[in-house]
Design a protein around this ligand. Structure first.
Ligand SMILES: [Fe+2]
Ligand SMILES: [Fe+2]
Length: 315
């Protein structure tokens, strides 16, 4: 059974237990030189959410056996920062470094040119695939989730679309390792090529962990956020089947035709502007009337308001 790290664990102990956790630590923006500081102290100094940090660290350290997605205190925006930093690490640091070492290693060998070109082409195509995958997450998925955190949801998208199409990106790296191990025609031991193989295997494991954090931590958290958003909307939005206006909607309709702004209505009824807007959307949907002039006619015809009440507005 793995130790579970807590906020009072020494940062140094995390790295001593599992050196690969250094990758996780760095992606939270925490730099070396921890002394005897605890997780809590280091995170607080750098403004990192401790619960999110511990959830990711313990999840990886337990070899993905713990279930951090149950932890309601995780900050999804901090988790997104972590994932984005991981993307930059792979695209701007790790893969270019492997490519550089790979060129050196295959140049150093006695192999024929066609092999070198084919191997490099394979690597470059792979790098492009990873870039496309991560760009999609950075530019589509993360902004969608951050917007959801702010309380507004893009109706065209949901996290299930991402979940269903989210592919493993590390398997091609094991193909490259196999090509090099089994078929690379070397005449003598090539230490540089060995280094590349170690790097490929590290990167493969790292990418696999990254994908697991996305699938089993980020996706369930986003699903919960989507569910919460739907519940809030259902509270505000009246049931679809009831097409007559509720008392609250009549009250808001009356205010609208009197010429009051959303802010004024919100203040008068002690609700948020967001709630007023939701009610107005409902009124429009139910009555199929979009303009204030149209709503005024509806209100007068249905005796919700008298002409005298709106004299100041129509004059
Ligand atoms: Fe990712
Ligand atoms: Fe991904």
């Amino acid at each position: 059974m793995h130790t579970v790290f807590t906020s009072s664990s020494k940062m140094n102990d995390l790295i001593r237990e599992d050196a690969s956790l250094l990758l996780t630590i760095t992606r939270f923006g925490l730099a070396l030189g921890f002394g005897d500081k605890t997780v809590h102290e280091v995170c607080r100094e750098k403004g990192v959410d401790v619960a999110t940090f511990l959830a990711v660290v313990n999840y990886i350290y337990s070899d993905f056996k713990s279930n951090p997605a149950q932890n309601g205190t995780i900050s999804i925006s901090d988790l997104i920062t972590y994932l984005k930093n991981a993307h930059s690490f792979f695209l701007d640091f790790k893969l270019p470094l492997i490519r550089k070492k790979l060129i050196e290693a295959i140049d150093d060998s006695m192999s024929e040119d066609p092999y070198k070109n084919m191997i490099l082409k394979f690597f470059d195509e792979y790098e492009q695939e990873v870039r496309k995958h991560m760009d999609y997450e950075n530019e589509t998925v993360f902004p969608y989730v951050l917007q959801l955190c702010e309380g507004s949801k893009n109706p065209e998208y949901n996290i299930a679309i991402f979940e269903q199409n989210h592919e493993n990106i590390e398997s091609k790296l094991s193909d490259l390792r196999n090509i090099l191990v089994k078929y690379f025609p070397s005449q003598q031991p090539n230490f540089l090529l060995n280094e590349v193989l170690f790097d490929l295997s590290d990167c493969e494991l790292d990418l696999d962990r990254h994908t697991k954090v996305e699938d089993h931590l980020f996706v369930p958290m986003t699903e919960r956020l989507e569910k919460k958003h739907t519940m809030v909307r259902q509270e505000i939005v009246a049931p679809e089947k009831n097409e007559s206006l509720t008392d609250r909607e009549i009250e808001i309709l009356t205010c609208v035709v009197k010429g009051m702004t959303n802010k004024e209505i919100a203040q008068q009824l002690f609700v948020s502007t967001h709630t007023v807007i939701s009610h107005r959307r409902n009124i429009t949907r139910k009555l199929e009337i979009h303009s204030t002039a149209g709503l005024t006619i509806y209100a007068i015809v249905n005796k919700l308001i008298s002409i005298d009440d709106i004299k100041a507005v129509i004059e």
